[in-house]
Ligand binder design. Structure first.
Ligand code: NOJ
Length: 591
């Protein structure tokens, strides 16, 4: 059983609160004096009125796996601080750190036991403040993860809630009686058929009080009862704690599942079984209930007090659902993630064209993600085993040149691959143990960042909590820095273009050649500036023609700004653009 983190004493918390207040006043003053320079400042004054996050490239840091400063095999905050120069040189404007709060680590931090502290494994609040201050010096903002749907079962609110039916926090969680049964003997039956996303019933019986509590994920992650106004107030106050420390926004975890049907209606059963061998179900009464939007609107008001951004983990099935997360008159999330993008499993120009077109037209600010800590890395998802290097550059050229903000998962910039566990005994992620072998869990995409060709890829001097793959010998920051054609250097060039080309920063998106089955092409246009992006999603060379007469660019000249295939540079005529297999070309178009 995981050991609950020890609770700081009241005296310590009082002292910490005073210190926090002092630090926050200091931070806010420093922030005012030394406002991070946004990319737009580098590109000109055009975007002065734009919010900073529209010009920003975000980078997701999984703190266990980024950099280990104290060589205990697990990453930490000081490790992240030590890599800020690297992130700045790469062209990152904001880092999103997945949960680093005190936690029993059943779900590696997504089971929070204290929202206002740092897990000792990762460091201290002082380390966090130093990280924010050092990041700011490099014009990098810090985004934290807000685990809003549930707490850990070791959170003091839940410990009190489960202590008795009459406890002060009983109604902070979702407690219900079991299904009435004619047979009075145990075991008690759960209130209905709802299943946990991580397998098994979503109801856990508490023998002491004789009721079940609801958990959308693991039993150690009881769902908060967002119908209770005290929960909303307490949770919003947790965000203020971090905003005052200089945090620039939150990524909101699992927003879809904040509410459940109060009438506890059974979810409809679908044909077939899921990865845990249970009946498949439509989450009709447990996901995306309309009340979610009330909470998001209220939380947005809090974020607006601090000029902060809200990024949503929004698993939408269609564009209408995505639109709902922006809210009417942009009153909810500024940045709901388009995770539908990750469901395009094969390299398909028409599929990407369709998805990008729909997200671009949704009326909000697009957020593009190709990998994260829950999804097999894009290197494996899209790689064909033969052209993986080219495909990694191709994907980068796509999601980093679209209108919107990209979120780059650590290691994507060096072409990190999944390193899945080889046996059930090696698995750390509980889902991988529950679902083995159909589900191997998420360890594979969470392995340590590969910094050098040395032992443990330079992440740590001792064995790291997850092993690095053999390919780390060549696929690492040090080796790729020295190779002008590496994925890393391609990312750097792309991000530099993205920060300086006004058409890439502010331009609209216009799909070209809409019937081309192999090549995805689009223009980004801003005033007189036009950029053409051409992406060959096929294993064959392609030669294509553009007619830009409808755009008033019929006689335009093109200049190559960047190609992924330096051995075979693209020709510079709009009448005949030649592309090597899986290559990307970015051109400036001028009259
Ligand atoms: C989504 C997070 O990304 C994932 O890692 C976590 O397990 C679940 N939410 C539950 O918090």
């Amino acid at each position: 059983m995981p050991v609950p983190p020890s609770r700081p004493s009241a005296r310590f918390r009082a002292a910490a609160a005073i210190l926090a207040a002092a630090v926050s006043i200091f931070s806010l003053r420093v922030f005012a004096q030394q406002k991070p320079e946004s990319p737009s400042a580098r590109a000109g004054a055009e975007a002065a009125a734009r919010p900073w996050w529209q010009d920003a490239v975000f980078y997701e840091v999984y703190p266990r796996s980024f950099a280990d400063s104290n060589n205990d095999g697990v990453g930490d905050l000081n490790g992240i601080t030590s890599k800020l120069d690297y992130l700045h040189a790469l062209g990152v404007d904001a880092i999103w750190i997945t949960p680093c709060f005190p936690s029993p680590q059943v779900d590696f931090g997504y089971d929070v036991a204290d929202y206002e502290n740092i897990d000792p494994m990762y460091g201290t609040l002082a380390d966090f403040d130093r990280l924010v201050a050092e990041a700011r010096k490099r014009h990098i903002r810090v985004i934290l993860d807000f685990v809003i749907n549930h707490t850990s079962d070791k959170h003091p609110w839940f410990l009190d809630s489960e202590s008795s039916r009459a406890s002060a926090h009983r109604d902070w969680y979702v407690w219900r009686d079991g299904k009435p049964s004619a047979d009075p003997s145990p075991p008690a039956q759960p209130p209905n058929n709802w299943q946990a996303i991580f397998g098994g019933s979503a109801w856990q019986l508490d023998p002491k009080t004789g009721q079940f509590y609801y958990h959308a994920f693991y039993p150690q992650q009881p769902d908060l009862n967002w119908r209770n106004p005290a929960v909303e107030k307490a949770m919003f106050d947790q965000t203020r704690f971090w905003f005052k420390r200089g945090v620039a926004g939150f990524r909101l975890d699992a927003v879809d599942t904040l509410f459940e049907d109060p009438a506890l209606r059974d979810n409809p059963v679908l044909p077939g079984t899921n990865a845990f061998g249970q009946p498949r179900m439509e989450m009709k009464y447990t996901s995306k209930l309309p009340e979610v939007h009330d909470v998001l609107r209220n939380l947005r008001k809090v974020a607006d007090e601090y000029g902060a951004v809200l990024i949503g983990e929004t698993w939408t099935r269609n564009i209408d659902e995505l639109k709902e997360y922006y809210g009417q008159h942009s009153s909810e999330l500024q940045m709901p993630m388009d995770l539908m993008f990750t469901s395009v499993k094969t390299l398909s120009a028409p599929e990407f064209r369709r998805q990008i077109g729909a997200v671009d037209a949704a009326g909000g600010w697009p957020v593009y993600v190709i990998s994260n800590h829950d999804i097999v890395r894009s290197y494996n998802r899209y790689g064909d085993g033969q052209h993986n290097e080219q495909i990694a550059k191709l994907m980068a050229a796509m999601y980093l040149t679209l209108r919107g903000s990209p979120i780059l998962y650590y290691g994507e910039e060096i072409g990190m691959e999944n390193n899945d566990p080889k046996s059930k005994d090696d698995v750390k992620d509980p889902i991988g143990r529950l679902g083995w072998p159909a589900l191997k869990g998420r360890d594979g995409e969470r392995t340590p960042m590969q910094w050098t060709p040395g032992p443990n890829a330079g992440f740590s001097t001792v064995a790291s909590w997850l092993p690095v793959p053999p390919s780390a010998q060549t696929r690492n920051v040090e080796s790729e820095s020295g190779d002008p054609n590496s994925i890393l250097n391609f990312y750097k060039r792309l991000l530099a273009l993205r920060h300086t080309e006004k058409a890439l920063l502010y331009g609209d998106y216009l799909a070209l050649n809409p019937d081309d089955a192999s090549v995805l092409s689009y223009l980004r246009r801003y005033k007189e500036e036009t950029i053409l992006v051409v992406l060959n999603f096929s294993a064959a060379p392609q030669t294509i023609t553009f007619d830009l007469a409808p755009q008033g660019l019929g006689a335009a000249k093109v200049q190559t700004l960047l190609t992924s295939d330096t051995a075979q540079p693209a020709s510079g005529s709009l009448r005949s653009v030649s592309l090597a297999p899986f290559s990307a070309c970015i051109f400036r178009v001028s009259r």
